[in-house]
Design a protein around this ligand. Structure first.
Ligand SMILES: [Zn+2]
Length: 137
């Protein structure tokens, strides 16, 4: 199941980020998923509830932000929404799109970690705030 492997990869990425931040629990995970990414958001949500068990993400909320696919037509110098049915042909001139500009995203957009336990210091050298978004570089 495709979505399950994605959910597992997300959980692994968040666990790694939690280690970096010294956090032991994540409250919310945000993902950006393009409509061309080949991911079924409902299936991913379900897979996430399975993958999060017994991890720092246990009980965390998954927020999926869907990105509408867009393509660009060079001759018309315009971009258009790639809706459903899926068509990469320009609705104005019928030429095939020269570039897909959005819709293939499959990104970890952010994680909110729980407040560190009293006495603990969850700080990242690259961030002022303890509960910073990931990815953090
Ligand atoms: Zn066109």
């Amino acid at each position: 199941m495709h979505e399950l492997s994605i959910a597992v990869a997300v959980v692994e990425a968040v666990e790694e980020a939690a280690r970096e931040h010294g956090a032991d629990r994540a409250e919310e995970v945000r993902l950006r998923i393009g409509t061309l990414a080949g991911v079924e958001p409902d299936a991913l949500r379900f897979s996430f509830t399975v993958a999060q068990q017994g991890t720092v993400l246990e009980g965390a909320l998954l927020v999926v932000e869907e990105i509408q696919a867009r393509a660009h037509c060079a001759p018309c110098r315009r971009s258009f929404e790639v809706g459903s049915p899926l068509s990469l042909y320009c609705p104005r001139c019928q030429a095939p799109a020269t570039e897909v500009t959005a819709g293939r995203e499959l990104e970890l957009a952010g994680v909110r970690f729980a407040e560190p336990a009293p006495g603990g210091t969850a700080t990242c050298p690259n961030h002022e705030e303890a509960a910073a978004d990931v990815p953090c570089h």
